[in-house]
Design a protein around this ligand. Sequence first.
Ligand SMILES: Cc1ncc(COP(=O)(O)O)c(C=O)c1O
Length: 397
Amino acid sequence: MLNPNLAPLGHYTFARLNEVLADCPPRVNEPPILFSLGEPQKPTPSILAETIAAHDDQWNRYPPPIGDEAFRDAVVGWLHRRFDLPEGFVDPARNVVPVPGTREPLYQIGFLCTPPEKAGKRPAVLMPNPFYHVYQGAAMVGGGEPVYLPAHAENNFLPVLEDLDEDLLARTALFFLCTPANPQGTTASADYLKRAIELAREHDFVLALDECYCEIYRGAPPVGGLEACAALGQGLDNVLSFQSLSKRSSAPGLRSGFLAGDARIIERYGQFVTFGGSPLPIPVLHASTALWNDDVHVVENRAYYAENFRLAEEILRPHMDVFIPPAGFFLWLDVGDGMAAARRLWSAAAIKTLPGSLMARDDSHGRNPGEPYLRVALVYEPEKTERGLRRLAETLF
Ligand SMILES: Cc1ncc(COP(=O)(O)O)c(C=O)c1O
C-alpha cells in the first residue's frame, strides 16, 4: 500500500528533538527561549502586507504555474544586483520559475531528476553531512541512494570534492550543496563552486545549490553558484540555484522563492506544477515581486543578525573559542557533546537548542560528525538574544 522508498525517512529533526528532550522538562520558571528553530522572528517588511492587501480581489483566480513576467523580471533583476553576472546571463523566460518556498522543490527535485538507473546502477544522491534533512527526503522519494559526504571544520565544512571516486560520480544523479551552509554558516569559494559545476557537467548530474542564506552575511557577500557558472562558460547547464524569501525577507510563512538554472530542469519543473505542484497565489506573487525588487529591508535584516553575532562573540568569547560564521544565522558551537549540552540547557535553563547529531548521520566509522556540536539559531531581536545567550553561558560554563 505504501511506497517503501520512504520508510527509512523516520522522524523529522524537530520531532526527534522533542523525543530526546521529553524526559528532561525545564526546571526553571523562566519562559522558554527557542534557539532550536531557524525561523526568523523579525517582523516582515510592511510592503508584504500592503501588496497582498492591494491585490485582495485576486484570490478568486487560479494562479499561473510559472508566475508572471513582472515576477520573473524582478528575480532576474535581483540576481544581477546581488551577483556578478554578465548582462542577459539569466533569461527570465527560460531560466527561472517561482516556487512555494524552497523546501518543497528541494524534495521534489529528487523525483524530477533521478533516473531509474545511472551507469547501470542505483543512482546516488550526494549531500554534505551534517545536512538539511530535506535532501535525504529527495534521495528517498526519487529512489536514489543517499550518500553522506563528510563536511568537517578543517575543510570549511564542505565535502572534499577530490575524495569523490569515479564510480560514485558516474552514478550520481543529484548533488546537494548548501552555501552559505546550514548549520555551519561557512561559504563555498568561487573555485570550489566551479569545480563542483565541472563535475556535474563531466558526469551529467544536477548540482542543486541551496543558497537561501545568501543575503544573510557579515563581511563580503558570499559568491553564488550562478557567478561560478558565468565564470566557467556553458551557461547554466546542470546547475540549479534555490532561492527563498524566508530568510531574506523574514517571511517563511509566505512560502515564496524561485529556482534559477538549467532551462531543461526549469521547464520540467513548470510541467510538474501544471500537473501536481503548487503555483504561487496571485497576491503572493505580487508581494514576492515587491520584495525581490526591494533591498532596503534586506540591509536592515543583515544589521539585525550582525548585532546578534556581535553579542554572541561578546558573551561567549570569554568561555570558549567561539566561531563566528561569515554567513547565515546559526552558531555551530563545539561543546564536546551536543546532546548532553542540549539536554542540560533545556532542563536547567529552558533554552531549546538543536544537538548537532540530529542533523547528521553516522559516517563509515560509525561516528556522527555533528555529535560535538550544538546549533543555536540567533533569530530573536538582540534584547532577547542577549538574555538567552547569557543564560546559555551561565548554564554551560
Ligand atoms: C538550508 C535550508 N534550505 C532550505 C530551507 C527551506 O526554506 P523555505 O522552504 O522556507 O524556503 C531551509 C529552512 O530552514 C534551510 O535551512
